[in-house]
Design a protein around this ligand. Structure first.
Ligand code: SF4
Ligand code: SF4
Length: 299
């Protein structure tokens, strides 16, 4: 069985306890306007172009069946609509400005990568976190990986939007140690508008996991003008207060994803947003703390 990863991040300390390897699986059914991993949205291969590295040699133009244009500034510009994701330009780009992400891997190949840092997991109480995209988009691969990790005594976490079939999520609960569960907007209409899918199944799955006794840490991205209204913060607090779990991680918006959008040559509607103000984070944390929740800033 193979899955498609777009990144394997070692020494991660923000995706669960201890030192972890975070595996980013490709594909997501959501379309959050603030997505920080836009290269993970599609299940398809994605061509990344780091323009700062391009030296304008034109080698990619020579080999490409739908040639990119090298602009007067010497930078290559790819027509994404006609790009075949064949990788020919990657092979000839000596500057390392081009690469394809999303190559298939078997469970064993991925586990071999994960096992390389076993000593760090054991020393720090860490393990492996499956993220995305939405990892349940590749649920057969995900469940297979979780099963093998459990057999080998590796701690696992699944970072999910919760938008997945109930039976699959509950099966994962029997195989994983922790869910990092994203809640974004608590209003159904706003959720459909800005996340692109209905909210109800996300909340129903959350309650199902909670009732099944799963360990859950809620993750709440604070996006200025989108999720950070006190109405939304308070609604989120009331929802979490109705669960067994008390732990909420506030994830303040930052602009670091802007580079990623540039690398896949896609416009980002939040490119002009400033990082969320510290006062705003503090206000949200205090409101949630006053509801008896265990609030942490960051992942
Ligand atoms: S091959 Fe690489 S360095 Fe040369 S023009 Fe294309 S992207 Fe730029
Ligand atoms: S991946 Fe293939 S089609 Fe796309 S720009 Fe590179 S050479 Fe051209």
């Amino acid at each position: 069985m193979t899955g498609t990863c777009f990144n394997i991040q070692r020494y991660s300390v923000h995706d669960g306890p201890g030192i972890r390897t975070t595996v980013f699986l490709k594909g997501c059914p959501l379309s959050c306007t603030w997505c920080h991993n836009p290269e993970g949205m599609s299940r398809e291969l994605e061509l990344i172009v780091v323009q700062d590295r391009c030296v304008g040699c034109g080698a990619c133009v020579e080999v490409c069946p739908n040639p990119p244009v090298v602009d007067p500034g010497g930078r290559s510009v790819t027509d994404r609509r006609s790009c075949l994701r064949c990788g020919s330009c990657v092979d000839v780009c000596v500057a390392g400005a081009r690469r394809l992400v999303g190559q298939p891997m078997t469970v064993e190949e991925l586990l071999a990568e994960i096992e390389r840092d076993r000593a760090f997991y054991e020393e720090s109480g860490g393990g492996v976190t499956f993220s995305g995209g939405e990892p349940f988009e590749q649920h057969e691969f995900l469940l297979a990986c979780l099963r093998v990790c459990r057999e080998r005594g590796l701690h696992t976490a699944v970072d999910t939007s919760g938008y997945a079939p109930r039976d699959v999520i509950l099966e994962a609960a029997t195989l994983t140690d922790l869910f990092l569960y994203d809640l974004k907007l608590l209003d159904e209409a706003r959720h459909r508008e800005l996340v692109g899918v209905p909210l109800a199944p996300v909340l129903e799955n959350l309650h199902a996991l909670d009732e099944a006794g799963a360990e859950i840490w809620i993750r709440f991205p604070l996006i200025p003008g989108v999720t950070d209204s006190m109405d939304n913060v308070n609604a989120l607090g009331r929802k979490v207060a109705s669960l067994r779990t008390r732990r909420v991680h506030l994830l303040p918006f930052h602009r670091t994803a802007a580079d990623k959008y540039a690398r896949i040559e896609r416009a980002w509607e939040h490119a002009g947003l400033e990082d969320v103000a510290e006062d705003r984070v503090k206000e949200a944390a205090e409101a949630l703390g006053a509801m008896g929740l265990d609030v942490r800033i960051g992942g």
